[in-house]
Write a protein of this length. Structure first.
Length: 153
């Protein structure tokens, strides 16, 4: 039995070492002409909220934590970031059509007001990303104001 446990442990260690060589691609881009801040007015107070609570998963300006360099955690983080960017990417805002932008602005309010965003998994480690009621209200007001402005044009 000890021999079986020993082989299992060695295989596990070997596997953990090998998977470190298979890393997901990481993006870290500067802000370009498609970024939301070039397309609609983003006050400093809102920008601070977006950076603190949204950008890691919903932009190309992700700040990768130290544990993202350790597999399999890196794969899980890359998966969550990919899914987040597929739903909304502030860095690609200008590539969305007007209808999609209005839809996303409404969802920003709905998802943050309901507490569905930032995602609970993200908040486990990123405590500062939790939005206060006043921050949720500010974000909602900003997103809905911009949504209404866009539909009037």
């Amino acid at each position: 039995m000890k021999s079986l446990f020993k082989y299992f442990f060695l295989i596990l260690i070997f596997t953990l070492i090998i998977i470190q060589f298979f890393r997901p691609e990481k993006t870290k881009q500067s802000i370009n002409q498609h970024h939301i801040s070039y397309k609609i007015r983003v006050p400093d107070s809102i920008n601070k909220i977006l950076i603190m609570s949204c950008y890691d998963c919903h932009s190309n300006q992700t700040n990768y934590p130290w544990y993202s360099h350790i597999m399999p955690f890196g794969w899980m983080i890359a998966y969550d970031i990919k899914n987040g960017r597929n739903v909304l990417n502030f860095s690609e805002w200008g590539k969305y059509n007007l209808t999609k932008q209005n839809e996303l602005l409404g969802k920003i309010c709905g998802m943050t007001a309901s507490g569905k965003m930032p995602h609970w998994k993200y908040l486990i480690i990123h405590k500062k990303a939790k939005l206060s009621d006043s921050e949720k209200l500010m974000l909602c007001k900003w997103s809905l104001d911009n949504c209404m402005l866009k539909t009037k044009k």
